[in-house]
Design a protein around this ligand. Structure first.
Ligand code: TRP
Length: 462
């Protein structure tokens, strides 16, 4: 086995850690984590339900003032400690306050997010087949809706598609960080961008596409409430894979010479571009064919197939579109899986293979409740939500913001400016002091205050 360059660069000889080998690899993997069903399934659904452009504007503000600083903080901590999400805090915060709980929360959040994410990914994989075989080729939402219902209300199909997804990403994760994650995402990301531009162009050239664009870009603030702001912030966390140690874990595989603020900014901008492109691919077509934009989570599986069927060459574009979704979901799931796998691997000294198998079994159990939430366990509700919605709501609107808050407080008030400056300037190699000062103020004051206010207000506490 060759010694990974990251371990050499970090000057550590005791444990050789796998890591990303090139700057491009870092970018592909990190962007691969950020871009996912969040862009294509969540972003359009939430935008459609919460008033369009006004929601996007608030989401943008949350991304800039909270998301970007948290992403940079996470990557910085991970690279500095070169450890998983729990051990990073044990290493950097040996004092009394148990900051490592942030890592434990991340471990739990990974299971809850994967619990529903693998199911949606399973639908996407199934839809590639359905689209190719013509099963969802209808312009009648009642027909496409029945096809979707047929899938989600079948306990067996729901479980099988989820297991297929789990096995696929488990196999990639077992190959390791550089040979599994880096190699896969490097190949998939260009495919994703190419497909997205293609589908976007098709949608934009439809007659009547303008109304969809207006919906995306002309703000109407009447739909905005405290809860909507919380949902927008939750989306910012979910979108950039923040608040549960994903970016921290990936940061621990970064090279020493990686410019973290620049990398994070690029990833944020590219991710935003994908979301807007997804919106541009979806909404003009939705309006052009007279469908409602506020269908919510089923927009992707009920409205979109009908929209595609209604356009020339639609069946071809529909297959391409669902392949695109599958590609995006894969890179994101790899990063979600890596968090618990690296914790079991390093903190609990398990082999990577064993850590992966145990995580997959856990995920299959936690995930089955979400998979069966429209069939066998439909009656199982907490706070009026089934397991699928509960996993989704509690992670985006509670666990991720809470994790982000803890990370900000730790960096701003415990780790401090000096450490942050050394880490983000690569020990003086980069002259980016002003950027670092600005980031520090965001992390220490602005982001924590915003997170607290938005959470308390959005959850109806104050
Ligand atoms: N960002 C991904 C998406 O938009 C999902 C994701 C991957 C994620 N890793 C994460 C969300 C960690 C929250 C936390 O689809």
């Amino acid at each position: 086995m060759t010694v990974p360059s990251v371990a050499k660069a970090a000057g550590k000889t005791a444990i050789t850690r796998d890591g990303f080998t090139t700057g491009l690899g870092v970018l592909a993997a990190t962007l691969g984590s950020a871009v996912g069903l969040g862009n294509i399934w969540k972003f359009p659904a939430l935008t459609g339900m919460n008033g369009g452009a006004a929601f996007i504007l608030i989401y943008l503000l949350c991304t800039l003032l909270v998301g970007l600083p948290v992403m940079i903080a996470e990557q910085m901590l991970g690279r500095h400690a070169r450890a998983d999400a729990i051990r990073t805090f044990r290493k950097l915060a040996p004092g009394r306050f148990p900051w490592w709980i942030t890592g434990v929360m991340g471990f739990a959040a990974a299971f809850l997010i994967m619990g529903f994410y693998t199911e949606v990914a399973g639908w996407v994989f199934a839809y590639i087949v359905k689209a190719a075989s013509g099963q969802v080729l209808s312009t009648d939402p009642a027909v496409t809706s029945a096809a979707f219902e047929g899938l989600v209300t079948s306990p067996l199909l729901s479980l099988v598609v989820q297991w297929v997804v789990l096995l696929l990403i488990g196999a990639i994760i077992m190959m390791g960080v550089s040979k599994g994650i880096e190699r896969t995402t490097k190949r998939l990301m260009p495919v994703l961008f190419g497909l997205l531009v293609l589908v976007g162009l098709r949608s934009l050239t439809l007659p009547g596409a303008g109304e969809g664009l207006a919906f995306l870009f002309r703000p109407d603030f009447s739909a905005i409430s405290g809860e909507v702001v919380l949902i927008a912030m939750g989306l910012a966390f979910f979108k950039l894979s923040l608040g549960m140690g994903t970016m921290l874990t990936y940061g621990s595989y970064f090279r020493e010479d990686q410019n973290i603020p620049a990398t994070a900014t690029r990833v944020m901008l590219a991710d935003l571009t994908v979301s807007l492109l997804a919106g541009i691919a979806i909404f003009p077509a939705v309006f052009a064919f007279g469908f409602a934009p506020d269908a919510g989570p089923s927009l992707l599986f009920v409205t979109i197939p009908a929209v595609f069927t209604a356009m020339p060459l639609g069946s071809v574009f529909m297959v391409l579109f669902f392949i695109l979704c599958a590609v995006a979901a894969t890179g994101a799931m790899l990063s979600l899986l890596e968090v618990p796998v690296s914790i079991l691997n390093e903190q609990f000294q398990m082999s990577r293979r064993r850590a992966t198998v145990i995580t997959l079994v856990g995920l299959a159990l936690v995930g089955s409740l979400a998979a069966l939430s429209s069939s066998a366990t439909a009656g199982l509700k907490l706070f009026g939500m089934n397991a699928f919605d509960l996993y989704d709501y509690t992670t985006s609107n509670i666990l991720l913001p809470l994790g982000g808050l803890l990370i900000c407080l730790f960096v701003g008030w415990v780790w401090g400016y000096k450490n942050m400056k050394a880490a983000l300037s690569n020990h003086g190699a980069l002259s980016n002091e002003r950027v670092i000062t600005g980031l520090f103020l965001l992390v220490k004051f602005v982001a924590p205050v915003l997170i607290l206010i938005i959470m308390l207000n959005g959850l109806g506490i104050v």
